[in-house]
Design a protein around this ligand. Structure first.
Ligand code: GTR
Length: 409
């Protein structure tokens, strides 16, 4: 029989190691947010002409202290695209589905990215497109057996039918509620997605299969998994921006939860994205870190040590020392349209902190002479942490406005 005391001790050690969190508004500490419109040297930023310099300062803080620095050589890589599948009668003839392999032949350690692109067949010009990473493989977004089943590492998840870290046939279509294709296509939009695990499997050892292995950065400010996933979104954008199948000037970037954090970082670092959407992105996404409500910096660094730069750990239980807060990440999207969404039961992601961050990003839009009321949208849906058709219908309405499309009848 195994001794009981060491077991209890082990449990206690694990519990002690997991940083304490709360969802009690009365425990939110008093805090002062850094001003997006005051330079590091204290000079107020008063005109649009002064913004690029201030923007660069803010971006550098996020790179150095939070997401990590993406090596310029990785940014410079250009993918070679090869269409591996073209199904013109997808969704009962309503759409064309393409599978496009993006490779980096000069960088042998770079992973292959498998982009899925679905475009409406009834369209007079190349359509605007929503781009977003998925959690469990392209084959989860729709049950059509012609979509290639991912062979990459997957988190074991009974709901998604992934066993021994591999997808099974039963995992086809397990994420359809998150990708309401009929709705999106009927509104005239295309959809592009790839599995985040193509870029880097989501576990602490995933770096070995990641683009990060091709560009190692040993210092504390080296890029984390979120920056690697963002890199993958930019590589998908490299392809979409020159593809005749879609309007490369109207690429809306969206992500849920950890992939919402990723969409925000990709939108901040790559200004080709015309519209950026954060769905329930929470800590390290749209939520203010200084509120320390729900998931905290200490907790996220503990649970997901591979997501951020190691330098982010110095702000565990020390958020007020951060040179920036997440409202400034949102300000980096300005003057491009931005939509932030929360869910009422998703206290872990701090809905109030997400809304406040958006409010505190608005001065950047105003400085640039842009109507922040039109360009920044917030909605909160009843219910749990998820992305649903209801969320999508809000995003489609926003996209119609920003891309000057008449709303559907
Ligand atoms: C949670 C994590 C959040 C969020 C979420 C998700 O476990 O604490 O930061 O990223 O996962 O991605 O679903």
């Amino acid at each position: 029989m195994k001794p009981i005391i060491p077991l209890l001790l082990t449990a206690a050690t694990v519990l002690a190691a997991s940083p304490v969190t709360h969802t009690d508004e009365s425990k939110v500490p008093a805090y002062t947010l850094p001003d997006p419109l005051v330079s590091d040297n204290g000079t107020p930023v008063k005109s649009p002409a002064e913004w690029p310099k201030r923007r660069a300062e803010i971006l550098a803080h996020f790179e150095k202290h939070i997401y990590g620095i993406t090596p310029p050589a990785a940014i410079a890589l250009k993918p070679v695209a090869r269409e591996t599948q073209n199904i013109p009668d997808f969704l009962a003839g309503k759409a064309t589905l393409r599978e496009i392999e993006l490779t980096f032949p000069d960088t042998p350690k770079a992973p292959t990215l498998n982009l899925l692109l679905i475009t409406p067949n009834k369209t007079s010009s190349p359509p605007p497109v929503f781009l977003g990473l998925n959690f469990r493989g392209n084959h989860t977004i729709h049950p059509d057996p012609r979509i290639t089943l991912s062979t990459r590492w997957m988190e074991n998840d009974p709901k998604a039918a992934t066993i021994n870290h591999r997808a099974t046939d039963a995992s086809r279509g397990t994420a359809t509620s998150r990708w309401p294709l009929d709705l999106i296509l009927s509104r005239g939009y295309a959809i592009a997605t790839l599995y985040c695990g193509d870029i880097e499997p989501d576990h602490p050892d995933g770096i070995k299969q990641s683009i990060r292995a091709a560009f190692p950065t040993p210092d504390d400010s080296g890029w984390g998994a979120i920056a690697a996933w963002s890199w993958g979104l930019s590589k998908a954008m490299d392809h979409l921006s020159s593809s005749p199948a879609v309007n490369g000037k109207q690429v809306a970037l969206l992500g849920h939860s950890r992939l919402g954090k990723t969409a925000l970082w990709a939108g901040a670092t790559d200004e080709r994205f015309a519209f950026v959407i954060s769905n329930n992105s929470g800590c390290g996404g749209a939520a203010l870190s200084r509120r320390a409500f729900g998931e905290t910096v200490a907790r996220i660094n503990h649970s997901f040590p591979h997501w951020f730069a190691r330098s982010f750990r110095q702000y565990n239980d020390n958020e007020s020392a951060l040179p920036v807060d997440q409202h400034q990440l949102l300000a980096l999207i300005a003057p491009r349209p931005l939509h932030v969404a929360s869910a009422t039961q998703d206290l872990w992601a701090d809905p109030k902190g997400e809304r406040l961050a958006l409010d505190h990003a608005k001065p950047a839009y105003q400085l640039l002479g842009k109507p922040s009321a039109l360009l920044t949208t917030y909605h909160i849906r009843e219910g749990a942490h998820d992305i649903t058709a209801e969320d999508w219908s809000h995003y489609l309405d926003s996209a119609d406005r920003h891309f000057s499309r008449s709303p559907s009848p």
